[in-house]
Design a protein around this ligand. Sequence first.
Ligand code: SF4
Length: 351
Amino acid sequence: MQIGIPRAMSYYSYFPFWYGFFEDLGIEVVISDKTTKETMSRGSALVVSETCLPIKVYVGHILNLLDKGIDKIFVPSIQSIAYKIYNCSKIRGLPDLIRNVVKKDFTIIDATLDKSEKNGGLYTFLKESVKAFGITDEKRIKQASKAGWRVYNNFKIMLNSGLKFEDALKYAKKGQVVIVNSQKEYPINVAILAHNYNLFDDRVSMKIFDKLEKLDVKAFTAEQLSQEQLEEGISAMGSELYWANEYEMTGAAGHYLQDNKIDGIITINAFGCGPDSIMVEKIARMARKYNKPHLSLSVDEHTGEAGFITRIEAFTDMLFRKKRATIINKISINENKNNNQISQIKKIEIS
Ligand code: SF4
């Protein structure tokens, strides 16, 4: 038994759970290859040009799984992740979209997760996910879900400690937990706010983490924050939780904008994304209020690496200059204070 999982969209949030769950049931998980230029162009060729980049990438990954000969592909419809917290229409209608644009003979495993609906919870979703393999034993499904949670929780702990996405996934799949305990101090810290599928896909984010590391800049993301911190962040932004992506965008923004160790904010949004256009605009306004420099990067299939790097370099260069100026300012204020204190002492001595 084999199931294909596209290395795109919800892969970057929930794959560890699915891996643990399906493998525990004896279903071999096959993932599509990493995103390339070809993945994007093949996906783009099948959908209307206004479609956002992550969906184009997703379609490309479906084609890649079909090339591998996989005939059962997991395309979940994740409607809402909690009561009245919804995904955008493209994520919700993903199985229908794929059915209509990929005209090939294969089975779409289109389980629906809708936590706003009665009987739309996780177990209904999991039962639907394995029906095509003839697995109906509820006890067995619940037991497999525990295996899924084990892999997922270990993965989240590692990501939270600052381990890279690929490394955290590699160890979690082996049942290991490796915690990063780096003492290295960076002169500049930035927070990157983006959907996980834009952030952790190296082709879409143009390996932004490696680039910042080379520039001696430490990057923080929503993954280093707890659920409570993200919820507080959403309130700090004056937002109400509606979009499922609100945690990784406005929630993380609300937290990092108030964090003094963060020198600047980078947002990465997909061109043509409705929720992003609202959330990024709000982040930009709040960044001005908190006097935090903000770089907004928009990505589509035509985004060139050279322009992307130039903008990141110019931004970090500005952050270094700003920090230097602040430090020099502080030193001169202290010197003035010291000079004043010395002249005060002299005055006392003379009198
Ligand atoms: S949230 Fe935005 S980027 Fe993600 S699928 Fe929806 S429109 Fe596309």
